[in-house]
Design a protein around this ligand. Structure first.
Ligand SMILES: CC(C)(COP(=O)(O)OP(=O)(O)OC[C@H]1O[C@@H](n2cnc3c(N)ncnc32)[C@H](O)[C@@H]1OP(=O)(O)O)[C@@H](O)C(=O)NCCC(=O)NCCS
Length: 173
């Protein structure tokens, strides 16, 4: 049975591998190798994951099954885009699940844990950016009560892609 827990420094290498694998699975077909390579190199090394795991502004959750990391989510506190009007916003910076686990409730559990964390840190709104050509993720976020609130540019290599910004207001704890 998969278990969700906070990432520890010792997870950095496995998390880097999972993050790059799931990013490539999701976006490789729609991007050139020339754009994918620098993006992965600058986002998914062991050192970068170690830094993010120990960053006090970021909480990284991993989902482990039979000793293997199968999904992860990252919640980040920090300055949101101007269009997000919230006093204490939290960003779901990443939410990725191995393909074999899509549609099986793991993403739901990661989202539920992320929202619980956001509420525990007194966030009043959660927001995220999702590529305009990622219909499954957009459908998933809509199911969770997120609504479109604009767009911003998310560069992948040299490609300035359009991310839809989605937000959900959080009720009291
Ligand atoms: C996005 C992700 C976390 C969602 O988890 P999931 O387990 O696949 O989500 P669910 O199956 O609960 O929900 C997805 C919904 O999209 C629907 N869907 C599937 N393919 C779709 C498509 N091509 N277009 C529109 N909707 C689609 C599903 O039917 C489902 O809706 P339903 O429950 O009403 O039937 C997961 O797919 C994932 O890790 N994807 C790759 C990484 C990624 O894209 N992360 C998000 C980056 S912002």
């Amino acid at each position: 049975m998969p278990v969700i827990r906070r990432a520890e420094p010792a997870d950095a290498l496995r998390l880097a591998e999972l993050a790059e694998l799931t990013f490539r699975h999701t976006f490789e077909a729609a991007n050139t190798p020339e754009d994918m390579r620098p993006h992965c190199a600058t986002h998914y090394s062991e050192a970068i994951q170690a830094r993010e795991i120990s960053d006090p502004q970021i909480t990284t959750l991993v989902c482990e099954h039979d000793g293997q990391l199968v999904g992860f989510a990252q919640l980040r506190r920090g300055r949101p885009p101007d269009r997000i009007k919230a006093e204490r916003p939290a960003e779901i910076q990443r939410l990725y699940v191995r393909e074999a686990w899509h549609g099986k409730g793991m993403a739901q559990d990661l989202m539920s844990a992320s929202i619980a964390l956001a509420k525990a840190s007194r966030a009043d709104q959660v927001w995220l950016g999702v590529w305009e050509h990622n219909p499954r993720a957009i459908a998933f976020y809509r199911k969770w009560g997120f609504a479109e609130a604009g767009e911003h540019v998310f560069p992948v290599g040299t490609d300035p892609q359009c991310d839809i910004i989605m937000t959900r207001v959080l009720g009291p704890r």
